[in-house]
Design a protein around this ligand. Structure first.
Ligand code: TEU
Length: 557
């Protein structure tokens, strides 16, 4: 295993800069604020920091709409702040991954301004333009956009529609055009020359669309169709990612890290993307496990989560990428509700234990774990009282669409409280003071009232805290090769309350047990009786194979 890449035993920490730490009192987090917290991240033990977009942006989608890839938005700081961030991370032995959003740009990007100027502009073909196809449904295809409505926006200046899979302010780039691809590769090389160590690539499996663009199947109770089969992992996706690898990654003599965000990706596709022999990317963010509590209509169509489904899904990903390829592991990111509220419990009695349990289960899988800011504290969803508490365009657009479809406001708010992306975006809770130590000004979105209890200051020196538990989990991956490299085997697949699996490597075996509920559970694994307890979330947890409420154990033999 000595030749395994460094990132197979690394842990990545995701920073959403808007909500991490504000240095200048404008109520919005920034890069100098992040730099001020690097010792905190170093003490946590993470190897890599992935920072969500900090580029120039009109902020329609909080920076995932980029108007200049090679500058920093003044809200977040300056290019020299990023240089300082890189330097300060490297001084501490940590690496920087930046977020690359190249399926689309902002509508304010100079490329798009040119493209929309006239039909004969040399950049016309850098985006997707098409004329109306008829008067009844004039949009060129029937696809629904991720943030509601059609993916096509009519532009009166040239009498054509442009494609945007996300908001109308995020026009899709046309990767069929080699000039587009070369411009992107050049921009990525420019960041590598500045010292960044890798890339997280936003919806990167959307860049190849099957041609000609065609209607997708109708979506129930909707005026639109589902175009995902046409744009998810389209016909040239492997070719494009291999080309990107050749043009950008292969020539760099450092060992970089790349992770592609890929909604809808299958295990088989992921295997091909991440097989080193393909020379495409190192790992993917897949979406199967975060879709298990969604109904057919999407994230706001709430369904109870069954633990057996979760085990079945994650287990299949472990098996599928066991021989070649590599998994990324996450419960949380800036698009997902808080893990403890979703897979664990917010109930005061068990919140801390369930947060530790979730960390234990995830970090003991094979793959590279991603910790999303605040997850290491057990931060929870936010008690949004009404739509005025929300900021995310996806939440706001859903509220408007659901309201005009006649849904009850209370039901809409119930769905948003469970699923809004803003749950992940409330400020990091540094201390118990008025704005949780996040800002001296007025925060751009509400600070969770539970910050008086859940915060860094109370946890940092407390050995029983969620934070201390995450430190131990991260250290365990660094210390024990079996955690990073061991073979994975799921046990008790039909058990509706206990998550159990083993890891094995060079004669060392681990058993991970986790009770996702309050009733005591005994597991029948006599071979493991008397094994050594390596890590647990009860101070006196014993290896008797009996699990109390929300108990998690890591045993070694
Ligand atoms: O997300 C892509 C994605 O598919 C989502 O999880 C998205 O949040 C969901 O469709 C909304 O219901 C990425 C980014 O992570 C997200 O923040 C951006 O908004 C999106 O791409 C567009 O860049």
């Amino acid at each position: 295993m000595t030749d395994a890449p460094w990132w197979t035993s690394a842990v990545v920490y995701q920073v959403y800069p808007r909500s991490f730490a504000d240095s200048d009192g404008d109520g919005i987090g920034d890069i100098p604020g992040l730099i001020g917290k690097l010792d905190y991240l170093h003490d946590l033990g993470v190897d890599v920091v992935w920072v969500s977009p900090f580029y120039r942006s009109p902020m329609d989608d909080n920076g995932y709409d980029i108007s200049d890839y090679q500058d920093v938005d003044p809200t977040f700081g300056t290019l020299s702040d990023v240089d300082r961030l890189i330097e300060q991370l490297h001084e501490r032995g940590m690496k920087l991954v930046i977020d690359v959003v190249v399926n689309h740009t902002s509508d304010e990007h100079p490329w798009f301004r040119e493209s929309r100027a006239s039909k004969d502009n040399p950049k016309r073909d850098w985006y997707w333009w098409a004329p109306a196809r008829g008067s009844a449904t004039p949009e060129p295809t029937n696809w629904k956009a991720a943030f509601q409505g059609s993916v096509w926006e009519f532009d009166p200046a040239t009498d054509e529609y442009y494609l945007h899979l996300f908001s109308r302010r995020q026009p899709d780039l046309n990767w069929e055009n080699p000039e587009v691809r070369q411009a992107i590769y050049k921009m990525l090389r420019w960041w590598l020359a500045r010292g960044v160590d890798g890339f997280r690539m936003d919806v990167i499996n959307y860049i190849s669309k099957a041609l000609p663009l065609k209607d997708g199947p109708a979506i129930a109770n909707s005026a639109y169709g589902d175009g995902s089969a046409i744009y998810q992992c389209g016909p040239r996706i492997h070719e494009f990612l291999h080309e990107l690898h050749t043009e950008v990654i292969a020539g760099d003599d450092r060992q970089l890290i790349t992770v592609g965000e890929m909604p809808g990706v299958t295990v088989e596709e992921a295997q091909q993307f991440t097989d080193p022999a393909s020379a495409e990317i190192d790992m993917v963010f897949q979406f199967e496990h975060v879709g298990l509590d969604h109904g057919p209509v999407g994230r706001y169509d709430l369904r109870p989560l069954r633990l057996t489904d979760l085990k079945q899904s994650l287990g299949r990903w472990q098996d599928g990428l066991a021989k070649s390829g590599w998994n990324s592991l996450y419960w949380n990111n800036h698009d997902q509700p808080r893990a403890v509220s979703r897979y664990g419990t917010d109930e005061p009695e068990y919140r801390v234990r369930s947060a530790k349990l979730l960390g234990t289960v995830l970090h003991l899988h094979r793959g590279t774990p991603y910790v999303y800011q605040g997850e290491e504290l057990g931060m929870t969803n936010y008690p949004f009282a009404g739509i005025d508490d929300l900021r995310d365009l996806d939440s706001l657009n859903y509220f408007a669409a659901a309201t005009s479809a006649g849904l009850e406001p209370d039901d809409i708010m119930t769905a948003l409280r469970a699923q809004s992306r803003d749950n992940a975006r409330t400020p990091v809770q540094w201390d118990a003071s008025e704005h949780a130590g996040f800002t001296t000004g007025t925060p751009w979105i509400g600070v969770n009232p539970n910050h008086v209890e859940i915060n860094v200051a109370t946890q940092v020196d407390e050995p029983d805290s969620v934070l201390a538990h995450y430190r131990r989990l991260i250290a365990l991956r660094h210390e024990l090769p079996v955690v990073a490299h061991g073979d994975f085997a799921m046990l008790l697949p039909d058990d509706e309350q206990v998550y159990a699996f083993t890891r094995a490597h060079e004669g060392v075996e681990l058993l991970v047990l986790a009770n996702f509920g309050t009733s005591e559970q005994h597991v029948e694994l006599p071979d493991w009786a008397g094994a050594e307890l390596l890590l647990g979330n009860y101070p006196d947890g014993g290896p008797d194979l009996t699990l109390r409420a929300w108990e998690a154990q890591v045993l070694r033999r």
